[in-house]
Ligand binder design. Structure first.
Ligand code: SF4
Ligand code: SF4
Length: 164
């Protein structure tokens, strides 16, 4: 009988302890986010896929089409092309494509870029249904044109929207 009473008291006590913890957390600010509809900013050193950097003064790419990133990439995932235009010094970037299916995020391309025209994005919201969805037209993304790939097919934000 005494053992039974002890068990009842102990069970009741643990019930109130649990309820106390629940009530305490109920009045504290919410710390969870409703992923994927809400996201947190990534850490400064996070490496997402590479992206082109805009020149702050001109709003254009800083890329001078030297091709060093393409040469430095051990996985051959970068394609850079440019052309000479009348009245423009140097080459004008016409294509910058990244095949992210092969990228190991080694960073050699970023290190080899003297004008600091590429960097790692903070984009981690990547999900797609085909390999082609991971071939990114980085020049188009820089121009804020609609992403050619809609990577979050399940009602979540696409890659461009997720950055905002
Ligand atoms: S190394 Fe930099 S400047 Fe040269 S092509 Fe690559 S991104 Fe452009
Ligand atoms: S991070 Fe490495 S593997 Fe990826 S594109 Fe740059 S050089 Fe190539």
């Amino acid at each position: 009988m005494i053992d039974y009473l002890k068990e009842v008291i102990s069970g009741t006590w643990s019930l109130f302890v649990g309820l106390g913890i629940t009530i305490r957390y109920f009045f504290q600010p919410v710390v969870t986010v409703q992923y994927p509809y809400q996201t947190l900013p990534m850490a400064p050193r996070f490496r997402g896929h590479i992206e082109l950097v805009k020149d702050e003064e001109t709003g254009e790419t800083r890329c001078i089409v030297c091709g060093m990133c393409q040469k430095a990439c051990p996985s051959h995932c970068i394609t850079v092309n440019g052309e000479k235009r009348e009245g423009v010094q140097g080459k004008v970037l016409t294509e910058y494509t990244l095949d992210f299916t092969r990228c190991s995020l080694c960073g050699l391309c970023v290190e080899s870029c003297t004008p600091k025209a590429i960097t790692f994005s903070k984009d981690y919201n990547l999900a797609g249904l085909s390999k082609e969805a991971y071939i990114f037209d980085l020049k188009a993304e820089l121009s804020s044109l609609p992403a050619q790939t809609k990577l979050m097919p399940f009602g979540c934000k696409n890659r461009l929207e997720a950055k905002n």
